[in-house]
Design a protein around this ligand. Structure first.
Ligand SMILES: Nc1nc2c(c(=O)[nH]1)N[C@H]1C(S)=C(S)[C@@H](COP(=O)(O)O)O[C@H]1N2
Ligand SMILES: [Mo]
Length: 329
């Protein structure tokens, strides 16, 4: 068996936490004095702001769901934050880390609209604060056949969906990335992708406990290149479903047109579930290259087998009962 099943409490922290996290935690203890100071300015008395001061760590993060295989070591912070896909900042893997510096993820609002009982525009803190932050260590499999293991910090998407009370007619949820060409160099060209970047889920997929709205990784707020201040994470799907820097969430009756499907429907679908049995028209999806910190983005290490639903079959396969899993969709 590749996958071990353990309750969170059974997992010793040394099994899942690389040394860098311990170092970061030590920095957090030092930084928390600063956090307490900045809260006085940022939030009403007695109410903590969600975001720690720059470089600080989130104050209260509980350990959430995790299920890792024998060889799933968290990918080092350095790789997670310098090897990225975020075309708004350029198409090269190193472009986002290089170009996302001027982007301002604060202040931030998210507009919720469409078929729900409580549409409106909410500030980042008001959106996140009512919910407990969880650490979730997930595999992430890009459709380009590389993968990472990332310790996210976030809240279950289901909790947000419930708060806005989708109406009976709502069948899908649609997410939009911000459009801000002055700060996003890739958006100054309409030829890269049609902006804004859009993604969507069926509402029952959005309610699955694995679906996460991430606000951080390795205990600290997301860096711009990873989708600050909030992005979607659906670990059983290819990485492109994980829309970054979300400014709009809509409840819809019809299936949203997600960006990559719109760009090239013969190569990318709406569901985009990780499936080693269905190759991309231009490359195999049976195996993947894991970025584990071994250098050269994992190209020197043996490729590993890609798992059905990225190893989360038990949690999500029921969502697709009766659907054909033999083609891209
Ligand atoms: N807005 C936006 N979201 C995006 C992308 C993008 O180009 N723009 N790239 C996607 C792809 S292809 C992947 S693999 C993941 C990468 O997330 P990471 O850079 O945090 O690892 O983000 C996804 N979300
Ligand atoms: Mo991707």
């Amino acid at each position: 068996m590749l996958i071990r099943h353990k309750k969170p409490s059974d997992v010793a922290s040394h099994e899942i936490t690389p040394e860098s996290v311990y170092l970061d935690r030590r920095r957090f203890i030092q930084a928390s004095g600063l956090i307490a100071g900045s809260m006085i300015l940022g939030a009403p008395a007695g109410q903590a702001a969600v975001m720690p001061a720059k470089g600080g760590q989130f104050a209260d993060v509980t350990k959430g769901y995790r299920k890792l295989g024998e060889n799933d070591t968290p990918t080092p912070f350095e790789s997670v934050t310098t090897y990225n896909n975020y075309y708004e900042f350029g198409t090269g893997k190193e472009d986002p880390a290089e170009n996302a510096g001027p982007f301002k993820p604060q202040p931030w609002t998210v507009t919720v609209d469409g078929l729900c009982a409580h549409p409106g525009t909410v500030g980042f803190d008001d959106l996140i604060k009512p919910h407990a932050l969880e650490e979730r260590i997930y595999r992430m499999r890009c459709v380009e056949a590389w993968s990472m293991v990332i310790p996210w910090v976030g809240i279950p998407l289901a909790e947000i969906v419930k708060r806005f009370e989708p109406l009976g007619a709502a069948k899908y949820i649609r997410f939009e990335t911000i459009v801000r060409p002055a700060e996003m160099v890739g958006q100054r060209s309409a030829h890269i992708l049609p902006w804004p970047y859009v993604e969507g889920l069926r509402l029952d997929e959005a309610m699955n406990p694995l679906a996460l709205i991430a606000v951080g990784l390795y205990g600290q707020p997301l860096l711009n290149q990873n989708g600050a201040p909030l992005r979607l994470v659906t670990p059983w799907k290819y990485g492109f479903k994980g829309v970054k820097s979300i400014v709009r969430i809509s409840f819809t009756e019809v299936e949203p047109k997600n960006t990559w499907r719109e760009m090239n429907a013969s190569e990318y679908g709406f569901y985009a579930n990780v499936n080693p049995k269905v190759d991309h028209p231009r490359w195999t999806q049976a195996t993947e290259r894991r970025l584990g910190g071994g250098g050269l983005a994992g190209i020197l290490e043996p490729r590993r087998r890609t798992l059905m639903f990225n190893g989360y079959e038990e949690e999500v396969a029921h969502l697709y009962d009766g659907m054909s899993l033999t083609k891209y969709y």
